[in-house]
Design a binder for this molecule. Structure first.
Ligand SMILES: NC(=O)c1ccc[n+]([C@@H]2O[C@H](COP(=O)([O-])OP(=O)(O)OC[C@H]3O[C@@H](n4cnc5c(N)ncnc54)[C@H](OP(=O)(O)O)[C@@H]3O)[C@@H](O)[C@H]2O)c1
Length: 409
């Protein structure tokens, strides 16, 4: 349990630390009334002081709550290690659909620097992007000159995400985009990729301590079953694992079996075909069963095969706190995890863990190396113009995608 507990709270701790790193100079700047920590604005970024287009949320609800405005204030850099990026492409992920409904608001609002009225709106969703670095703080490395084509992610607690023309992010969230990818492909890798990487290497310890703390990967000759190998996270998980010589089995719907096989999975099963699903017992025990299909921890109880770790990206952690408040929600989280792990350990001899997206620079480096060596090829299901962004949300809600939904600015 100690191991499971440590992994569960690590990403949350990382995100909190990220938030602390992001704001200290902002407070200094406010009191001083100036921003001396920001590198001189180049001519190309002069319009950063103007207005931008972006999709805003003024209350939680459904897709019709998204409102396009062309009068939004361009975000300003508030600390010496922040960067302003002019976005060319972004994506829609399941987390955007969930946040539209208010998912995670209790915890995320605690982590946001909310105004004195305590209201989080307006919010801008969007967790990943490809674009051009147009402005940066003095503390940002010289290896990222202005004008660099970058790819990046937006921390979950940021109120202003990537569904806009500009986004401000801490420099550890971006790096030079790989030349091998066009703008649509480059926007579609990092959020799902860092989720898959963190689940496998941080939560799952697939590559040992080095795999979790460096960009070295690892896990050769282990055996991993990916539930939902055809989605945003699953397509990247399959390719990450194959690149590290891990034996990969995967599930998805019938129409996507061929695609997942082409990504390199050794054995792919249609999850609606009960007979074929029985075949998965032959390959057990699995070192890791990776749930990229929204099945949750309870699914671990239904599996007929043994595993050492069942890692799900659908944790009830934020939802429990939304429903029961910080204290009772946290107690319920611990209770749920203890109960699930007790059953899992007794029945299957394995642990159940919750995996999370983690904006770790060495995770970004790991994914970049795979792209550069052509071992990771992003899968794009569909793309939309910026004005049609709600259609990308609709497409995602429809399910059965083959990769990501991209939005072009
Ligand atoms: N905790 C975190 O930080 C975090 C971060 C990212 C994502 N997530 C979660 O991770 C999950 C995957 O995200 P994603 O972006 O990859 O979503 P996605 O693109 O919608 O992919 C969903 C996948 O699930 C498969 N699937 C659906 N029903 C299934 C079933 N009954 N059995 C097996 N597979 C099934 C789909 O297969 P077919 O399309 O072939 O039917 C598809 O491969 C989502 O639940 C998301 O919320 C969590």
């Amino acid at each position: 349990m100690q191991v499971a507990g440590r992994n569960v709270f690590l990403p949350l701790r990382q995100t909190v630390l990220g938030a602390r790193r992001q704001y200290p100079v902002a407070r200094q700047s406010k009191s001083a009334g100036t921003q001396t920590n920001v590198e001189q604005v180049p001519p190309s970024a002069a319009k950063c002081h103007g207005k931008m287009r972006g999709w805003q949320l003024h209350s939680y609800g459904d897709i019709d709550e998204l409102q396009l405005s062309d009068k939004l204030k361009i975000p300003s850099i508030r600390s010496s290690n922040e960067c302003l990026v002019r976005i060319r492409t972004t994506t829609v992920n399941p987390i955007d659909v969930a946040m539209l409904r208010g998912y995670g608001a209790t915890v995320l609002n605690k982590m946001r620097c909310l105004p004195s009225d305590g209201i989080e709106f307006p919010l801008i969703l969007g967790r990943e992007f490809c674009g051009e670095l147009v402005h940066k703080g003095m503390g940002v490395s010289e290896s990222l000159p202005l004008g660099t084509r970058v790819w990046g992610v937006v921390p979950l607690q940021a109120s202003a995400g990537a569904h806009a023309e500009y986004v401000a992010v801490p420099s550890y969230c971006i790096s030079q985009a790989p030349d091998q990818l066009d703008d649509c492909e480059a926007a579609s890798v990092l959020y799902a990729g860092l989720t898959a990487w963190s689940g496998l290497y941080v939560t799952g310890g697939l590559g040992g301590p080095c795999g979790a703390t460096t960009s070295s990967g690892g896990g050769a000759h282990k055996r991993v079953l990916v539930l939902g190998g055809s989605g945003g996270v699953g397509t990247l998980a399959v390719q990450i694992l194959k690149s590290q010589k891990v034996q990969v089995l995967a599930t998805c719907s019938a129409r996507n079996v061929e695609m997942v096989r082409n990504l390199g999975a050794d054995f792919v099963v249609d999850y609606n075909d009960c007979e074929a699903m029985e075949e998965l017992c032959k390959y057990a025990p699995y070192d890791i069963v990776l749930d990229c299909a929204g099945q949750g921890a309870q699914k671990a109880e239904e599996l007929k095969y043994d595993y050492r770790q069942y890692i799900t990206f659908s944790s009830p952690m934020l939802a429990n706190i939304d429903q029961q408040g910080l204290v009772f929600g946290a107690i319920k989280n611990v209770g749920d995890l203890v109960q699930t792990n007790f059953k899992s350990f007794v029945q299957r001899g394995g642990l159940v863990k919750w995996g999370f997206f983690s904006p770790a620079p060495h995770g970004i480096e790991f994914l970049k190396k795979l792209v550069e060596s052509r071992k990771l090829i992003p899968q794009i299901d569909c793309s939309f113009d910026f004005a049609e962004l709600p259609k990308a949300f609709e497409r995602l809600k429809g399910g059965h995608m083959q990769g990501k939904a991209v939005v072009k600015l």
